[in-house]
Design a protein around this ligand. Structure first.
Ligand code: SF4
Length: 341
């Protein structure tokens, strides 16, 4: 999603007459930040000091929590919301601090639709197409509902028209993006079928699918797609029911296993990848072992394993981050070796 946003920022700057420059020579730096982990935000600070010493104008956008926005503002760094991109010229002109409320409401639908109108500057092999943005799920560890706001879906016709343009430019790989594509408001199955029916020679994938709102209809549609390479990213996060509950993931390990079995029976050659968090507050060794066991059963192709770190303002940040660093590392290594080796 960040790559996709950055491509749109680059295109907007092109339209405004800016030219891209090596970091040393640039007068203007726009950081498209990610708050998924604290370390990502921490790393920006060192860079900012360097840029400010070299008299560069620095702006920040992307997923930034209010606490971080406030800190940036104190250092005279301008922060703007990604859906304000259509107004970038005005923002750059004003150079004022635009601080945001902690949560973006559904009233922002209109401005987000304007954001989707900014076309990307395509540099990568894959064309990233946002189909929706934001999330209503409020998993207890996650900053997305606070930084990107609530779910906003883009109309099917808009998406198809952007894909048509991109295919005309010769792209062969498309990725449909959304924090939670299964809950795409205008029907995820319908959208998948429309994309699959486009006549060009290409393939497409999508991410992320939340296990809790995967339906039989969507699975049936997957099995009928011709241009989807049968790769599905399905974030499990934990294989222990108590931890899943604390994470507010709205499914149990048994439900997740049933979902995997349904997917494998309808699409036998499916390749599953996943996300797992180790060392969630209070996760015991036994609970971690439950995650290991379920991974042994499922045999994911790949897992993005992360060591839990609290994000200020989220529900789990109020829980004691009591799994020691070394233990988190140990659990991380076990899963990484089990799945990714
Ligand atoms: S579904 Fe994904 S984006 Fe939404 S709150 Fe949960 S982890 Fe965050």
């Amino acid at each position: 999603m960040n790559i996709s946003d950055s491509e749109r920022i680059a295109q907007k700057l092109d339209e405004l007459g800016y030219k891209s420059a090596p970091e040393k020579e640039a007068d203007l730096v726009i950081v498209n930040a990610c708050s998924v982990r604290q370390t990502a935000i921490d790393r920006i600070w060192g860079r900012i000091r360097k840029w400010q010493n070299n008299n560069k104008k620095v702006f920040i956008t992307g997923c930034v929590l209010k606490a971080d926005r406030d800190k940036f503002a104190k250092k005279n760094i301008h922060t703007f919301n990604i859906q304000e991109l259509p107004k970038l010229q005005q923002i750059l002109k004003e150079h004022s601090n635009i601080l945001l409320n902690n949560r973006i409401s559904s009233k922002d639908v209109k401005s987000y639709l304007g954001y989707f109108d900014v076309k990307p500057k395509l540099d990568s092999q894959i064309a990233y197409i946002p189909i929706m943005t934001g999330c209503d799920n409020f998993c207890s560890y996650c900053a997305v509902p606070y930084t990107r706001g609530r779910e906003v879906s883009r109309p099917i016709e808009d998406i198809i028209s952007e894909i048509r343009d991109i295919l005309d430019k010769g792209f062969k790989n498309i990725m449909l993006l959304g924090q939670n594509v299964n809950s795409y408001k205008y029907g995820f199955s319908k959208l998948l079928k429309k994309v699959d029916e486009l006549p060009n020679d290409f393939q497409f994938t999508f991410m992320s699918s939340n296990p809790h709102d995967m339906t039989d209809e969507i699975i049936q549609t997957f099995s009928e797609l011709k241009k989807w390479p049968r790769e599905l990213h399905l974030a499990m996060q934990s294989g222990d029911d108590e931890v899943l509950k604390k994470m507010n993931r709205k499914y149990t390990s048994a439900k997740f296993l049933k979902l995997v079995s349904d997917l494998k029976s309808q699409i036998p050659d499916i390749k599953l990848t996943t996300d797992i968090i180790v060392g969630f507050p209070g996760e015991t060794k036994k609970q971690f072992e439950n995650t290991v066991k379920i991974c042994q059963k499922i045999k994911f192709e790949k897992a993005y394993v992360s060591k839990y770190s609290p994000r200020a303002g989220t529900v789990s940040a109020k829980l004691k981050d009591n799994v020691p660093k070394m233990e988190k590392k140990r659990r991380w290594l076990i899963l990484d070796q089990l799945i990714n080796n």
